[in-house]
Design a protein around this ligand. Structure first.
Ligand SMILES: Nc1ncnc2c1ncn2[C@@H]1O[C@H](COP(=O)(O)OP(=O)(O)OP(=O)(O)O)[C@@H](O)[C@H]1O
Ligand SMILES: [Mg+2]
Length: 286
């Protein structure tokens, strides 16, 4: 206990540098709704604004982010936690200088940090601050302990859902848990795979009505992405949509959402803590 407190104090004392990285977690209730496609293309769209982006592939299942970029991860967070590799050695570089940190099975260890690994992880992740303005975490779907720990430590949460009833039911479940566990973190909703704007608006209304009892109008509708066969094609080609089909309807939507994210970026986060703030919140979640 004493150890943990002193680590937190040390983190806090380092928090007064001025370049703070923002941490945004992308999540969903149900799996397969398009988190990874969205994350990868959001990173590309944000890089068009000159933002330096690092993606942490926080999915415990199949690692996807590297594959979406047509890259193959050699090392993962696991090698970082074991002390075998540094952050620079595990990070891949995608188009436009986007950094990709492959999570692999190390993700669980990161979200449930053991005290004896703290100093090493802090030293490594602390260096990210100089490399990028924004860390986007592609979390797994659902309500696992690891996902929740990431979500409650982030500056913002983007929750992706589709209009499908099952996706909405799971989104509802996730929002209910987040309300309890991460009440302070702003939640922005993106509706993926919509037919048109009416479909998107109606879907958000449905979600909002279901949660208004416990969320009371605080849910932010960030935007929607059209159902677009070019998304599937780019997945098959292992090249992000924003590179292969930058004029596609789906990517145009993501560019529009990126402009909103840039707006958020200009607002100070709840606790402007950067990566160290993120880690100290992660630690406090025990
Ligand atoms: N806007 C879209 N239009 C058409 N197809 C889409 C769209 N977004 C995603 N998809 C398709 O949905 C599938 C799942 O997408 P993706 O892997 O990004 O989901 P995910 O939420 O990351 O899944 P998981 O929970 O397994 O990590 C992909 O094969 C992709 O082609
Ligand atoms: Mg995924």
């Amino acid at each position: 206990m004493h150890d943990q407190a002193s680590v937190l104090r040390k983190l806090a004392s380092k928090e007064n540098n001025n370049s703070r990285m923002r941490v945004i977690a992308v999540t969903s209730g149900k799996g397969g709704v398009g988190k990874t496609s969205f994350t990868v293309n959001l990173a590309l769209a944000l890089s068009e604004y000159g933002r330096r982006i690092i993606i942490l592939d926080g999915d415990l299942g199949l690692a996807n982010v590297d594959i979406a970029f047509g890259l193959t991860a050699r090392y993962t967070i696991e090698h970082l936690l074991s002390g075998e590799k540094t952050i620079e050695q595990i990070m891949l570089t995608g188009p436009r200088g986007i950094g990709i940190i492959p999570g692999g099975s190390g993700v669980q260890g990161l979200a449930n940090l053991e005290r004896n690994k703290l100093a090493n992880v802090i030293a490594n992740l602390g260096r990210l601050e100089k490399m990028a303005d924004l860390l986007i975490i592609d979390t797994g779907a659902g309500l696992g302990h690891t996902v929740i720990n990431f979500l409650k430590s982030a500056d913002d949460i983007i929750m992706v859902t589709t209009p499908e009833p099952t996706a909405l039911t799971d989104a509802y479940g996730l929002l209910k848990t987040l309300r309890k566990e991460a009440g302070e973190v702003p939640i922005h909703v993106v509706i993926n795979r919509v037919r048109n704007e009416t479909d998107a608006q109606a879907t958000f209304k449905r979600l909002e009505m279901a949660v208004h009892k416990f969320l009371d109008g605080s849910l932010d509708f960030m935007g929607w992405v059209y159902d677009d066969p070019l998304v599937g094609r780019s997945v098959m080609q292992q090249e992000p949509l924003g590179i292969s089909y930058p004029e596609s309807p789906a990517y145009k939507c993501i560019q529009w959402i990126a402009s909103t994210v840039v707006g958020i970026y200009h607002r100070p986060p709840r606790q402007a803590g950067g990566v160290r703030g993120f880690l100290s919140k992660l630690l406090r979640s025990f």
